[in-house]
Write a protein that binds this ligand. Structure first.
Ligand SMILES: [Zn+2]
Length: 98
């Protein structure tokens, strides 16, 4: 048995194995070993930050997509308006201005 608190893993299940009195009484938060647990906590913090960053990027991508969609709707409307005006003046809509 290890003399420090540590985690064992069964698939995605993590089990805290206390190695100090603080860990035995208070669980991971009570650990005073200052070894594997702190590494796990740092990893959790890094993961949390990464997830928050990914969420920020998702929101940014969503806003950009909405902006692009609004431009596409506007473009479609303007193309229809050009066709309508060309029809009004009798210009062949297939003719291109070079
Ligand atoms: Zn400990």
């Amino acid at each position: 048995m290890s003399d420090r608190c540590h985690w064992t893993f069964e698939g995605e299940l993590a089990h805290f194995i206390p190695g100090c009195m603080g860990g035995a009484v208070g669980g991971p938060e009570g650990c005073t070993c200052d070894h594997p647990l702190s590494a796990i906590e740092r990893e959790r913090e890094a993961r949390q930050e990464a997830e928050e960053y990914v969420e920020t990027l998702r929101e940014k991508a969503q806003r950009r997509n909405e902006f692009v969609e609004s431009l596409m709707r506007q473009n479609k409307h303007l193309c229809a308006e050009i066709r309508r005006m060309k029809a009004l003046v009798g210009e062949d809509p297939r003719r291109r201005i070079t």
